[in-house]
Design a protein around this ligand. Sequence first.
Ligand SMILES: Cc1ncc(COP(=O)(O)O)c(C=O)c1O
Length: 441
Amino acid sequence: MKKTIRIEPHVDSIIMPENLRVGLMVAEQRKKCQKVKCDAEYYGFGFGQSPFHVPEPIARALAGNTEKGHYSDAEGIYELRQAVAGFNERHFKVDVDPSEVIIGPGTKPLIHMVFDIVRGDVIIPSPSWIGYFPQIKLLDKHFHTFYMKPEFWYKIQPEDLDAFLSEIHREQHILVLNNPHNPTGALYSEKELKAIVEVCRNHNTYVLADEIYALTTYHFERFTSMRRIYPEGAFVTNGLSKDRSSGGYRLGSCILPEDCSEDLKEDFRKVAATVYTNVSTPTQYAAITAYEPNEEIEAYFTVTREIHRIIGQFMSAEFNTIAGITATVPEGTFYFFADFNELAEDLRRKGVSTSNDLGRSLIAHPHHIATVTGDACMLRPDDYGARIAFVDYDGKEAFEKFKEKPPRTTSEEEAFVRDNAPRMIAGVEALKMYVDEIKKR
Ligand SMILES: Cc1ncc(COP(=O)(O)O)c(C=O)c1O
């Protein structure tokens, strides 16, 4: 008799990461569609990857460092940590010592390390990026979901946080604060961050400041790093995946709180050495170029964030024209959040009983609209919401066209989106048909 290998329940219960989950949903739906000979287009609002190319100076630097086959320091090579500190100083006006920087294979494992090393309950605001919750489950860590309100643009309200933290009887907590925010695209002002930090200080709460989208902030001068507001209490994570479109390079950094103990630094080094030894050494050398002053990369930031702004704000406005859907207006990232709750009654009548069902129903034949909904975003089951990623277009082509002739007026911007992102425009039409279908009695 074949024996079944038993699985640890804390592993078995985690959710498949969004890229694979949405990909699997599409694959499954395609199989069903083949049976009815449907070859309709799929509308990809699910997968959140930068559509742009790796900036050429970074690609060249990687090619030039292939011979660096040696192991390197677990916390990252010194020259790279120094470059990361310099980058933070130039862009975010913060003082960072290279000894406070830990390099990891993307920010995901660094976030995992923060949860693993820092004691206390984790507070995850919802809606949330899909990555935190599975890590918490994997670590078997105690956590709390903090529900943010649509009337406050899904931002943490200090008085609500104060009341919430007062109820948690632990000596120390970790609050996840992702700014700008995946999935809503919301940006916190300096004033808002200060008010949240005041609450955190009062409740012995450290902040995991996930700033991976910082440099995608459309009006970059409005971005404030947590390191400026809460130097003694923020673990700031950032990396190459989003603003430099190099997710596959797997390179991120975590800045530890200012003046933290040598023991804490040593613990990060120990865990890094135990789990991944070091980030690929050639990638680390290439990343020095990604962090050092470079005009070509600066110009790349300017162009890509403008394209994200134009497409994001246009798409969000299009979603808002659909009666029954309310979309957030993104100020950074390449996502917004679409609230379908006005359609709740119609959805329930059509058998869409939960937010997880909403994702399944949107992808089902004949609509074929891929989104991320439900448990993945840590939504309440009866909260019909979806994360919309607006990156389903040829980034390289859009980049070149933008450089040739940047749109100057609202109508030129609209023409730019229609020209460069026809699949997403068609996706909105598919969504309109979906909503009409849902409303039919
Ligand atoms: C909010 C947020 N944080 C962290 C990550 C992880 O990025 P990486 O591990 O590629 O650095 C992502 C990627 O999707 C993200 O959206």
